[in-house]
Design a protein around this ligand. Structure first.
Ligand code: CU
Length: 148
């Protein structure tokens, strides 16, 4: 093996360590510690390609994590009610997440994976979803304003 091959291998090993995939935990709360009701904690999630996100209902209230918008080529998900789900983030971009049971009350979250390559489409979809909500209609827009 030539020296530059060894160097390339060494670089690959370093990269794989520094980029180790994380599992990000998102709790689905009927009542949060700060007094808010029906929320994801956190509501804005930043992840890398290859990370997993685990959505975990903390109280039984029918909480159901679903994706309603994903980057092109990403697989949508739908959890069973009151059940934990772990999702692998395979594509970069913006994902819009709702609790299927409480979306009318604005129980939503935004996931940013890598660069926000589909931000404009995400904003359009978020507006359509927000129009159906009864409370917290502004939440998706607030969360999308955190994307950078
Ligand atoms: Cu819910």
């Amino acid at each position: 093996m030539r020296l530059h091959h060894v160097a390339a291998l060494f670089t690959l090993v370093l990269l794989s360590f520094s980029g180790a995939a994380a599992d990000i935990r998102v709790r689905m709360m009927t009542q949060a510690s700060d007094g808010q009701t029906l929320v994801f904690e956190p509501m804005f999630i930043k992840a890398k390609v290859g990370d997993t996100i685990t959505f975990e209902p903390m109280q039984k209230a029918g909480h159901t994590s679903i994706s309603v918008f994903e980057p092109v080529g990403a697989t949508p998900w739908k959890a069973q009610p009151d059940s934990k789900i772990t999702v692998k983030m395979e594509k970069q971009g913006i994902y819009l997440v709702e609790c299927n049971m409480h979306k009318m009350m604005g129980m939503v979250a935004v996931v940013q994976v890598g660069k926000p390559v589909n931000l404009e489409e995400a904003k359009k979809r978020a507006e359509e979803e927000s129009a159906k909500m009864m409370t917290h209609k502004e939440r998706f827009a607030q969360l999308l304003s955190m994307v950078k």
